[in-house]
Design a protein around this ligand. Structure first.
Ligand code: BGC
Length: 744
């Protein structure tokens, strides 16, 4: 019997491990280990072929090795959907009719879900869309920290807190890469404004760099294992970031052991020698010569094309750097287009629409809800008046490189109308005129929003309609045009543009129930907040945005989104108080603008909480249609050892009558610190689903990393022994329980 079993087992092992013999070269063998394939391919390449791989050959592709059957690498924006095709060497639309994608919610909307599973779903879904479109590198996610509310690209990023951004970026990266597409995490690093983005030097101390601006990137690389990263346009330490030695060689490839590809931002490479020596792997361009003007046969003129080849031939460079770059690019190709498991992706399918809707709805934040104004409770045959340009404006088009051509886009008017059918009258009044442009980067919205009425006429119309409405819902905020939430320009003010405050105040005089929905990708000050019954923070929700918003307003989805940034009363209350901090200064003789991050680690709630400056709505804030109670918070032990862990637990109960989700937030305070530290810092969060009346125990593990600050002199993380406090709450200001322990 024993013999038969042994025989059977041997046969099984032999059967399952026998691969058909592969006759070709190792690099073409899909079952050979990636590193063997890389070395084999490298050994077969000429110098010219190697150099060829390090630069663009068109707007969105870089070279492969045609002689060896190694495909070119296709890049695409990113980060909210797959960009429509442009011409080979021109920014004009290619005019394809099959490149209208699913527009997923802006990344700030994803961050507002505080939901790691939804981030994975996002990554997988957009990864599938990229794979279907035969893209190898998705230019996203963006994770630059929201340092100033005015940064035009905050909507493409994940908020003001490095821990939140770090936890949310990892599943996105993993989800994309699971589909055989490289995520390209951007823009590395300290790139926190659009003003003079290619001419501004971020002056930031090491503690601030390591505590605030690097952790999300580190998480994406070390935990997420991102296969590529994009250098940013700005300078740090006086050197352009696409070939910044400290950022790329010392930190990214040195300290973090990154084995992927550094891609330049488009036209961000500025120097031949630095590009070769300081860690850039692929140079991509904006204009045809990679810089700021067109030239014929331009890609050959890129810093890392002919000048590099010349330098190699003349002995200025050895092949050491070149082989390292090519190894990385080959590795990326074997992980993506030449990977063993076939994967063709899928595109504009019901599953992706549903994912977009679920993610968008989960990120909608209920900021204020006096007298349970929401969810809407409209009598049969009642009247809902929607006011504002953003009720109808198509928002997927615009914003810069994240501009998309989408299969369709549901606006709030359509979303709410379809929720009510003929059970209620849902009508719209314009209220104000904001941005009436009809196309962006040659993608047409197909919408004509021209309106020649005066602001007064528009307000009068809305007020008249509001008088007998059961609900008035103002949907305004920003949009994705110049000086709003938009790449390459910053906002000009923190308050609402286009005279919207006048409209809200006029409606407040007559409306029975006034709800304001602010659609934006960055904080908007709301001096009118006391005058309205309910406030909702919505985002650029993509294809399904109107349905997602309606889901929350009507109560189909119980809101569980939380603010990924603080909303101050006034811009002046914030940490940026001088021109030197923002937008930066350029003294006589300076080549570049100098932006001084002199507020150090005190940005967002770290600033407001520590300085005890009240805010309109704190970081982490968001209401639900139900209520939650926190009890029995405790630490497993009264102390923790430096190399150990400590379990923190608490019970959370849903004390209302509706099912819902709470985002339990854990902040750490170090009251005995020998250096200045923020009074609290986010170090844990969990989304907990609770049926009405249900109670669950939530646990967190604390370790030394959660307790440390970065000691710049020693260049290491330090957790000082002594008392620590764990603050558990539902926002940075609403702390419901506190537990102390000693670090030994
Ligand atoms: C942007 C990047 C983008 C690239 C390609 C640049 O201008 O900064 O985020 O991925 O263009 O479109």
């Amino acid at each position: 019997m024993k013999r038969i079993l042994t025989l059977a087992a041997t046969t099984l092992v032999a059967a399952c491990c026998t691969q058909p013999k592969f006759d070709g070269p190792v690099y073409l063998n899909p079952n050979a280990p990636v590193e063997e394939r890389v070395e084999d391919a490298l050994s077969r390449m000429t110098l010219e072929e190697k150099v060829g791989m390090t630069t663009a050959q068109s707007k969105f592709s870089s070279r492969g090795v045609p002689r060896l059957g190694i495909p070119e690498v296709w890049h695409t924006d990113g980060p909210h959907g797959i960009r429509p095709e442009v011409l080979w060497d021109d920014w004009d639309q290619a005019g394809w009719t099959n490149d209208s994608c699913t527009a997923f919610p802006a990344l700030i909307n994803l961050a507002a879900t505080w939901d790691k599973e939804l981030s994975l779903l996002y990554g997988r879904s957009i990864g599938e869309e990229a794979r279907y479109r035969k893209k190898d590198i998705l230019l996203g996610p963006g994770i630059n920290i929201c340092r100033t509310p005015l940064n035009g690209r905050n909507f493409e990023y994940m908020g003001e807190d490095p821990y939140l951004a770090g936890k949310m970026v990892v599943p996105y990266v993993k989800g994309v890469q699971e589909k055989g597409v490289a995520a390209c995490v951007k823009h590395f690093a300290v790139n926190n404004q659009e003003f003079q983005r290619t001419q501004s030097n971020s002056v930031v101390d090491d503690r601030t760099l390591y505590e605030i601006y690097l952790p999300a990137f580190k998480a994406a690389v070390v935990e997420g294992n991102a296969w590529s990263i994009m250098g940013s346009y700005n300078l740090y330490n006086g050197q352009f970031n696409c070939h910044n030695k400290r950022l790329l060689m010392d930190i990214l490839k040195g300290e973090w052991g990154f084995d992927g590809v550094v891609v330049s931002d488009w036209g961000g490479c500025r120097d031949d020698e630095e590009a070769v020596l300081n860690g850039l792997d692929i140079e991509m361009g904006t204009w045809t010569n990679g810089l700021r003007g067109a030239a014929s046969d331009s890609y050959r003129n890129y810093h890392m094309a002919n000048p590099y080849l010349k330098g190699l031939r003349e002995g200025k460079y050895t092949t050491k750097e070149l082989d390292d770059k090519v190894r990385r690019i080959l590795r990326l190709i074997f992980r993506t287009s030449m990977r063993p498991e076939p994967n063709y992706g899928r595109f504009v399918c019901p599953e992706h629409y549903q994912a977009a809707r679920d993610i968008s709805a989960a990120g909608v934040v209920l900021l204020k809800n006096d007298n349970n104004t929401l969810p809407l409770n409209v009598p049969e045959g009642g009247k809902i008046l929607l006011v504002g340009e953003n009720v109808v404006k198509k928002m997927v088009v615009g914003g810069g490189s994240s501009n998309l051509k989408t299969a369709y886009e549901v606006n709030p008017l359509e979303g709410i109308q379809s929720a009510y059918g003929d059970k209620a009258q849902v009508i719209w009044a314009r209220g104000y005129v904001g941005d009436t442009s009809t196309s962006y980067n040659l993608v047409d919205t197909g919408q004509n929003l021209t309106d020649t009425r005066t602001p007064q006429e528009l307000i009068e119309e809305a007020v008249e309609q509001a008088k007998d409405a059961d609900y008035v819902i103002f949907v305004g905020g920003l949009n994705k045009s110049r000086n709003q939430d938009n790449e390459s320009t910053d906002r000009l003010q923190i308050t609402l543009p286009y005279g919207q405050e006048d409209v809200i105040l006029a409606l407040a005089e007559v409306a029975k129930n006034l709800v304001v929905v602010n659609i934006s990708g960055s904080p908007v000050a709301m001096p009118w907040a006391d005058r309205v019954d309910a406030i909702v923070q919505g985002w650029y929700g993509g294809t399904e945005s109107g349905n997602a918003l309606a889901d929350v307003l009507i109560g189909k989805v119980n809101p569980s989104g939380r603010l990924p940034f603080s909303v101050p009363f006034k811009y002046e209350h914030g940490p940026i108080q001088t021109e030197a901090q923002y937008p930066g200064v350029k003294e006589d003789g300076d080549k570049f603008w100098q932006t001084h991050y002199s507020e150090g680690v005190y940005i967002g709630y770290r600033w407001y909480s520590t300085k005890e400056i009240p805010v309109q709505f704190p970081f982490g804030h968001g209401l639900s249609y139900t209520t939650f109670e926190y009890t029995d918070a405790k630490a497993a032990k009264p102390y923790m050892k430096a190399d150990g862990k400590l379990k923190i637990s608490l019970d959370v109960a849903n004390t209302g009558s509706l099912d819902g989700a709470e985002i339990v937030q854990l902040y750490i305070a170090d009251p005995e610190s020998s250096i200045d530290r923020p009074v609290k810092e986010l170090k844990g969060f969990e989304k907990v689903w609770l049926k009405a009346g249900e109670k669950k125990t939530v646990t967190f593990d604390i370790d030394a990393e959660s307790l440390s600050y970065f000691d710049a002199d020693k260049h290491e993380w330090v957790a000082e022994p002594g008392e620590f406090q764990v603050l558990l709450g539902s926002s940075s200001e609403d702390i419901k329980a506190m537990v102390s322990f000693q670090l030994k």
